[in-house]
Design a protein around this ligand. Structure first.
Ligand code: MGP
Length: 192
């Protein structure tokens, strides 16, 4: 009897959802049919905030695969409470590491590896990270990892190196400050 009871208890514990260290939000920005004159961000939508492994897999399987996106659309995974915009206070002094890919399956794999690394807290400087954006484009897809304090070179270099390991990239990747993107100064500030 006793062992039955403890077995049942163990089963109940097993069925508890696996909580993540923090909450995350998926966003979508579909500019595949842009309205003339519409401001940037007009189509940016917060989709769902989650905090368990089970919710993550359900959302990923059902919706958040870049192969499901038309050209000129973006998926974002950002920390809950942080908007994927330069204007958000967490992003305002930040920047992004960018990886490009001319092959759709590569974007798909790199996106999933990055999502798992973020929700699994694999970066030493996890506090420095705002989120990641997958951009499906006609010519070349893109993945960008947004971080908080662009001026903190040591933190950005450590994040860049770790990210390359995670997504298995050996080519150089470039870090841009959002402030430079605003003025369309496209020069990269760091590379790794
Ligand atoms: P982008 O998407 O960062 O450049 O910005 P990209 O990815 O090289 O261009 P794309 O055509 O492949 O998408 C493109 C433009 O969108 C910028 O020059 C801004 O006009 C606008 N924009 C992009 N972001 C991320 C923001 C933002 O966070 N805030 C505002 N206000 N505009 C933005």
């Amino acid at each position: 009897m006793a062992s039955d009871a403890s077995g049942a208890a163990a089963e109940v514990v097993d069925k508890q959802p696996h909580k993540l260290e923090k909450k995350w939000t998926f966003w979508i920005d579909n500019q595949s049919k842009p309205k003339q004159g519409a401001a940037w961000g007009n189509n940016l939508r917060k989709v769902y905030t989650f905090e368990t492994v089970e919710e993550f897999w359900c959302l990923y399987d059902q919706v958040f695969k870049p192969s499901k996106l038309p050209a000129n659309a973006d998926f974002h995974l950002f920390k809950a409470g942080v908007q994927p915009k330069w204007e958000d206070p967490e992003c305002a002094s930040g920047g992004k590491w960018t990886v490009t890919s001319s092959r759709k399956p590569t974007l798909e794999t790199m996106w999933l590896e990055t999502l798992m690394a973020l929700i699994g807290e694999q970066f030493d400087e996890a506090d420095e990270i705002c989120g990641v954006v997958a951009s499906v484009r006609q010519r070349q897809d893109k993945l960008s990892l947004w971080t908080k304090n662009a001026a903190n070179e040591a933190a950005q270099m450590s994040i860049g190196r770790k990210w390359k390991e995670i997504i298995d990239v050996t080519d150089k990747i470039i870090y841009n400050f959002h402030d430079d993107s605003k003025t369309r100064t496209s020069k990269g500030r760091y590379n790794v």
